[in-house]
Design a protein around this ligand. Structure first.
Ligand code: GLC
Ligand code: CA
Length: 533
């Protein structure tokens, strides 16, 4: 069953951190006019959807995830009119744009919060979660910030101390803390209504949907996520009715909860030592060995990823899509660290042939590396290194900005060398051109679309290769991956394909007929996409 809305079927998203993508006016920070100028590049790359990190008015204590006004573009990025222009131009080019929606908390600078802090009861008193007195210093399962307001109470924070939690109520009320409100109290009801107003405001101006920040964080004491899911289900019903072409992707990393909650897509995220993490970022902190599956030393285990993925995939398939990102603004190291272009080609062969919707983090398509040892910027801490300027060419500041180097939002990665767009654009064997080719194949082959079926063919514990098929639109393609530097081989059932599989991408002549079977032999660090018949 193809997803709703149907444009998701061949969507390939590109995440843009506006601060460091392209600076159009030389003040050292990226902006919307800069993104507009680079739409041509995104078209060339082949991506057809964009996720913009928060671009609303904010004191930027957490890079914009601390919104002071949801209805106004941050002046440093431009105006509301600039954002509308970006939507219009993207639509003209057949692209979609998601904004980043932060529903769970605001900045302390938000006018709603300032009102809520006042000792005099007012419209906003219950928009945030407040304890009953300033002497109630803690409560189980929530974080309090003590003595901030004139109001004789403490507030609950959702993330950093300056991100007060909006009041969506508590799923389970703690009798010892009568200040906790149920989800149907007037405060939570008003907050839910406002959330919809914000979404409507931007959808009416051209946004195609939202990436939803900390989507599972709304209702407190909601261990199974059911009460928070109910909030989203209501929103989904409204979207289906009034904005059927709009879509949502959640930062939840629990597809079995997020998809039934109404999200069109849910991200796999490296929240812990989980399966997604084991693909690209599994380090042993003691002996510094890399046991990611996509690493040439070949110490990975695809089952770590697959066992987790299949549970999620099978139980959500009919309802929504899983989004596997190449990285994001919270994730270090970047995919490009410790990997050669050949290693990265295989990572992208995987990312761009899996079911669901792929998300590329800006710069990953040219193998950008995250920088080490940068001082924290705007609350990024150890995430800072993954947010350095996009590397366009080898002019000053890698072509990101004409500002003096010391005025940049963040310094350019120390040695960009060939990891720039200009260096790779004209080289047919560059990573950039491989990524372009893979995106093109994904769009051309219905089997590779979001809803095409997925079947592991060879995926053994602690072994290489990883082989799977995708089927859809009357065709079946096979993906074979050997990220390890040692060659490997497996026998596959002869029934897989009558004729020798046709190479669509990657290493040729890897199949040999052996009696009733196919022998698949892959050299070290190789792989490909093959059409079966
Ligand atoms: C999400 C964002 C992250 C932010 C946090 C608080 O995890 O991706 O960047 O700091 O939420 O809003
Ligand atoms: Ca600028």
């Amino acid at each position: 069953m193809p997803p709703t809305p149907s444009w998701l079927e061949i969507a390939v998203f590109y995440e843009i951190y506006p601060q460091t993508f392209f600076d159009s006016n030389g003040d050292g920070i990226g902006d919307l006019a800069g993104i507009l100028q680079k739409l041509e590049y995104l078209q060339y790359l082949g991506v057809n959807a964009i996720w913009l990190n928060p671009c609303f008015a904010s004191p930027f204590q957490d890079a914009g995830y601390d919104v002071s006004n949801y209805y106004q573009v941050a002046p440093r990025y431009g105006t509301n009119a600039d954002l509308e222009k970006l939507f219009a131009e993207a639509h003209r080019l057949g692209m979609h744009i998601f904004l980043d929606l932060v529903p769970g908390h605001t900045s302390v600078e938000n006018a709603w919060f300032k009102e809520s802090c006042r000792p005099q009861p007012n419209e906003y008193s219950d928009w945030y979660i407040w304890t009953d007195s300033v002497w109630t210093w803690s409560a189980p399962g929530v974080q309090t910030v003590i003595g901030y307001a004139q109001r004789n109470a403490n507030y609950i924070t959702n993330f950093f101390h300056f991100q007060p939690a909006l009041n969506y109520g508590f799923a389970v009320l703690d009798p010892k803390h009568p200040w906790q409100q149920p989800v149907d109290a007037p405060g939570p009801r008003a907050v839910r209504k406002e959330l919809r107003n914000i979404m409507k405001f931007w959808l009416d101006r051209g946004a195609d949907g939202f990436r939803v920040d900390m989507a599972g964080s709304l209702v407190k004491h909601d261990a199974d996520g059911k009460a928070t899911a109910a909030v989203w289900q209501e929103i989904r019903r409204w979207l289906d009715r009034d904005y059927p072409q709009a879509a949502l992707v959640s930062e939840w990393s629990r597809p079995t909860v997020a998809i039934p909650a109404g999200f069109h897509m849910d991200f796999m995220l490296p929240f812990a030592r989980n399966g997604y993490n084991s693909l690209f970022r599994l380090f042993d902190p003691d002996d510094h060995t890399n046991t990611s599956f996509f690493h040439p030393n070949g110490g990975g285990d695809i089952r770590f990823f697959l066992d987790e993925y299949l549970v999620n995939f099978r139980s959500t398939r009919e309802q929504g899509l899983i989004a596997i990102p190449s990285g994001n603004h919270d994730t270090t190291p970047r995919l490009g660290n410790e990997r050669t272009p050949a290693d990265l080609q295989l990572a992208f062969l995987f990312l761009l042939t899996m079911p669901g919707v792929p998300f590329l983090y800006y710069g990953d398509e040219i193998g950008m590396r995250s920088a080490d040892g940068l001082e924290s910027k705007e609350g990024a801490y150890d995430r800072t290194g993954a947010r350095t300027p996009m590397q366009w060419d080898d002019s000053a500041n890698a072509g990101f900005s004409t500002a003096p180097a010391e005025a940049l939002y963040l310094p350019v990665e120390a040695k960009p060398r060939h990891r720039t767009v200009a260096a790779q654009r004209d080289d047919p064997e560059s990573l950039l051109n491989h990524v372009r080719k893979l995106i093109e194949l994904r769009k051309e082959h219905p089997a590779l679309g979001a809803s095409g079926s997925f079947k592991p063919v060879h995926a053994e514990k602690n072994a290489y290769p990883f082989v799977y098929t995708r089927t859809g639109g009357g065709e079946t393609v096979l993906v074979a991956l050997n990220p390890a530097k040692s060659p490997c081989g497996v026998t596959l059932p002869g029934t897989l394909s009558k004729k020798p599989p046709q190479t669509l991408y990657g290493t040729e002549n890897v199949f040999q007929r052996q009696g009733r079977k196919w022998l698949l032999k892959l050299p070290g660090v190789s792989g490909g996409l093959y059409l079966l018949s």
